[in-house]
Design a protein around this ligand. Structure first.
Ligand code: RRO
Length: 311
């Protein structure tokens, strides 16, 4: 059994990677993902300037997942571009991802220009779905702004790129967003970001679990799995065949990853489980996915990708 997979022209030895935001703030954390069985890695979403993010506590482990309102703390695009240059020198032939986001629409083409002018040869993930910056709506719920941002990015951006999307809940939203995305030279989408603005209450104290925004935060983990499956499936049915999909949301077992691949995922990223279990999650899930594929008689992810059966 092999977990080898591709996205555009890029090839990976394992479908698993970290989800942006988890285990990827610093060079030391990124190096740990690189040294694990993961097939690739993505940075914390970088902005034009470094940010400290929201007040703590801003992350909590819940019964079946996690809640976060980090507020986009990061070391800035220059730090992650420097990391990528060092990574490329140390790992020739391997592909990594840079995640970036603007604090306002006009920042996106500036980030794109910086990456275009650099020596970066990997894939860029434009994050259009951060739910946690007070006063800033998730961009990709606003289709007009999304279109303006993508048009501005691709005026000058010629490298491989994708977008990180929020969960959608209506088939009309899938139709509209897929039709919009199909107009651009995207290599991939990543679906889904956390379920925005959930709320958790500690019954011992009647108190919210995190401090920012009165306790509202992005929900990940097992709560997200059926929504992630539906989003990957719905986009696979609507996007151009040359646009690949990174499936993200609710993976805690090898079977969960198998299910995202059945829905059409090329790569599978780990968020909450990586945050709670640590870097050994890559070793466990790689073994579990290989065992599930062997049980089902599949030698490669391509053999069953998108092959969900319906009644
Ligand atoms: O930093 C965050 O609060 C954050 C981001 Br940018 C994101 O895209 N998704 C998320 O759950 N948290």
């Amino acid at each position: 059994v092999s977990l080898q997979t591709t996205l555009g022209d890029h090839s990976f030895t394992n479908v698993f990677m970290n989800a942006s935001g988890v285990h990827c703030m610093t060079a030391a954390e990124l190096d740990e993902v690189a040294a694990s069985p993961a097939g690739t890695l993505v940075t914390k979403t970088g902005t034009l300037e470094p940010r400290t993010g929201n007040p703590e506590p801003r992350f909590a482990v819940l019964e079946l997942g996690t809640i976060n309102s980090m507020g986009l703390p990061n070391k800035g695009i220059d730090y992650y571009l420097d990391y990528a240059a060092a990574f490329q020198a140390r790992h020739p032939g391997q592909t990594m991802f840079l995640s970036v986001a603007g604090m306002k629409p006009a920042d996106f083409p500036l980030l794109a220009e910086k990456i275009q002018a650099s020596g970066f040869t990997g894939l860029t993930e434009f994050n259009l779905s951060c739910p946690n910056v007070p006063g800033k709506p998730q961009i990709a719920y606003d289709f007009e702004t999304t279109q303006e941002i993508l048009t501005a990015i691709f005026k000058g951006f010629k490298k491989a790129a994708g977008v990180k999307l929020p969960p959608y809940f209506d088939l009309a939203q899938f139709d509209q967003m897929a039709a919009l995305l199909n107009q651009y030279p995207l290599t991939f989408i990543n679906s889904i970001n956390s379920l925005g603005n959930g709320l958790w209450i500690d019954p011992a104290t009647d108190t919210a679990a995190i401090r920012p925004k009165g306790g509202f935060g992005g929900i990940g983990g097992q709560y997200a799995k059926p929504i992630a499956l539906a989003n990957v499936r719905a986009f696979r049915q609507r996007l151009r065949a040359d646009i690949g999909i990174i499936g993200t949301g609710g993976v805690t077992s090898g079977r969960d990853a198998y299910d995202l691949i059945l829905c059409g995922a090329n790569l599978v990223s780990l968020g909450s489980i990586l945050a709670t279990e640590g870097i050994s999650a890559f070793t466990r899930l790689t073994a579990e996915l290989e065992a599930e594929m062997a049980k089902q008689g599949y030698a490669t992810p391509a053999a069953f990708r998108g092959q969900l059966k319906t009644l």
